[in-house]
Design a protein around this ligand. Sequence first.
Ligand SMILES: [Zn+2]
Length: 479
Amino acid sequence: MLKLFNSYTRQLEEFKPLHGKDVAMYSCGPTVYDYVHIGNLRSFLFADVLRRTLEHDGYKVKQVMNLTDVGHMLHDADTGEDKVETAAAKAGTTPQEITQKYSQYFFDVIKKLNIEPAAEYPKASDNVEQMQTIIVKLIEKGFAYQVGGDVYFDVRKFEKYGQLSGNTLANLDAGARIEINDKKRDPLDFALWISNDQHVMSWKSPWSDKGYPGWHIECSAMAMRYLGETLDIHTGGEDNKFPHHECEIAQSESATGKQFARYWVHAAFMMVDGQKMSKSLNNFYKVEDLEVKGYSPRVVRYALISSHYREQQNFTFDSLSSAKSALAKIDNLVARLEGDSPLINMEKGTVPVTFEQSIEVVERDFYEAMNDDLNVPRALGSLFVFVREMNAALDAGVDPSLKKYALQALKMMISDTLGLAIEKVEMSDVDDELKKLLVERDAARTAKDFARADAIRKTLSDRGYAIEDAAGGARLKKI
Ligand SMILES: [Zn+2]
């Protein structure tokens, strides 16, 4: 059935959960110190489409997504400034107010984008006890060591370090990549606990009176608390692979002696207008920045999911416009299927394939593509073949009782699996006058009175309709 590219083994694998039809899925969530932007959202949307595809395949998915509210340092390092505390100092407020504000923003945006809510959204700061328990275990087992009030993970004790990212100890040029820290036995060792008496968000621990957890241990603790010691799927952005996920594997597997995640699935980076997203280019678009330019969250969702998740996506305003017209094609078909779209000069043509056949073929091709490592571009390809065939079939005059099957198929693919709500185009303002104009325009064209034909086209467009010339005649289409 479903095949996924497992980043850990670097191959396409058939997906089989550990326990029957139940899937335990952990998705690295946002660090709530700033607005989530389209780059972050691409990764959350890909996890959402994965989850919806699993659900279509009959699995029951329990998804957990964390909110990182402490311990995530600038540049993903394990010394230096904490992102949340830095944002709070800059805004002259408390870390709690910062995390509250940006968590709320995150929830508002994922709702707008129609992302299904996870079963749990644990906050790192609510799970410190669980993190400390794992750290104690790692020290007892000899995988971690204490230096002053800090605790570090000893990467040389974990043989498989580097398997996910390719950054094996032999491959890593320690001096070049990692900041040298005198306290560590090896520069590649990473912090599990950091003592600090200046930090606003801090906790008492067996190692120091005031301190906070490292970013990586947070995800291990929250994933295991809510999903058990072995996850079926762990998702995240490609940029999380190293060091974050590599360290999650090392500490989790050392603590439990079990495999931590069976399938690692990563969404590739996103570029904007061919360039890397960066503060200096000011191209970290938020959903609202695109809304003010006339692109609804539904259009943004379409644009962000329509390329393959493992391919680097280049986000452009052209891609948004294409998304908008692709959705309009679907909406217009829905309107035709739901009601009477006025069509004149209807001569019964030949229907290229039967209605039933066409529905069967699209359902098969669409889900074959989705189950092939979430190949959304191919799935959309089949969908638009279907849209074309349906329009032709409707032009040729299809038995009205069959329309509801096409609508059901569209709802399942577009709304349930791709998460793009079906929007009905309102055609109720098409009155006899508009229909008459459509007939007159056809007559004008036949008489080669192009001035009159154009004038009618303009009148119709002022009323919000375009004319579409189809094989069976001309019909009105909502602009
Ligand atoms: Zn994480």
